[in-house]
Design a protein around this ligand. Structure first.
Ligand code: PGA
Length: 258
């Protein structure tokens, strides 16, 4: 299978009010005017904006996604959102197992796998997040942790179509710190090899592995240029159209990598 089409996804986390739709309009306008961007572009806004954003982006090249979902279809789960509800609101994907969910809400890899299965059930792509803490990296356990999270979180039904993996070192999220390019390459090729063991070489080659954690306009080109990095999951820098556009533009035909 040939190299997968890159994906640049913006994770707005708990940020954004109705006024933020303007940023997305700006972004959609730029994408429309520049049709050489080779990457798929996605915004994962807070749930309150998902339907409005999806409507706004109808007919544009930008996809929308949720930031989490419940494993069940419906029921007595106050405050939770089913994958089917995200799909109904226009989402094409959902982030599951973000480290903030794993840390703040005690989500285990088993929970994450159930959420990814719920995403498939609803016809959504599951963006499954994995990544080590600083202590784990310092101990030399980064690859071990990533392997354990991957094998625990990835459903048996995962394919290159319904799943995206996001490698996000916890210590790099929102900190301005990033791993060396060598370390990013090491983890991504390790994830690719693990995927090949699970899904077979062909399927693994087509499954996108995103890097996330302090991706900014200034470091996006070098990070995206690392082997086995098929795009980015972007937090802070996805909130402003200018910053996000600069990152997306790494995949413009005119851009020279490296
Ligand atoms: P950041 O967040 O880009 O603000 O570091 C990335 C993420 O948590 O997905």
């Amino acid at each position: 299978m040939s190299q997968p089409r890159p994906l640049v996804a913006g994770n707005w986390k708990m940020n954004g009010l109705s006024a933020s739709l303007q940023e997305v309009k700006t972004l959609a306008g730029r994408l429309k005017a520049n049709d050489t961007i080779a990457a798929q572009v996605m915004i994962c806004p807070p749930a309150t904006l998902l339907a409005a954003l999806s409507t706004e982006l109808e007919g544009s090249k930008i996809l929308t996604g949720g930031q989490d979902c419940h494993a069940e279809t419906s029921g007595a789960h106050t405050g939770d959102i089913a994958a089917e509800m995200l799909a109904d609101a226009g989402a094409g994907a959902v982030i599951v197992g973000h480290s903030e969910r794993r840390a703040d809400h005690g989500e285990t890899s088993e929970n994450v796998r159930a959420k990814a299965q719920a995403a498939y059930r609803a016809g959504l792509t599951a963006i499954i997040c994995i990544g080590e803490t600083q202590t784990q990296r310092k101990r030399g356990d980064a690859l071990k942790v990533v392997s354990a999270q991957l094998s625990g979180s990835l459903p048996g039904a995962a394919t290159s179509e319904n799943t995206v993996i996001a490698y996000e070192p916890v210590w790099a999220i929102g900190t301005g710190l990033t791993p060396t390019l060598e370390d990013v390459g090491e983890v991504h090729s390790h994830i690719r090899a693990e995927l090949a063991g699970r899904l077979g070489e062909g399927e693994a080659a087509g499954l996108r592995i995103l890097y996330g954690g302090s991706v900014k306009p200034g470091n996006a080109a070098e990070l995206m240029g690392v082997a086995n990095v098929d795009g980015a999951l972007v937090g802070g820098a996805s909130l402003k159209a200018d910053d996000f556009w600069a990152i997306v533009s790494v995949y413009a035909a005119s851009h020279t990598m490296g």
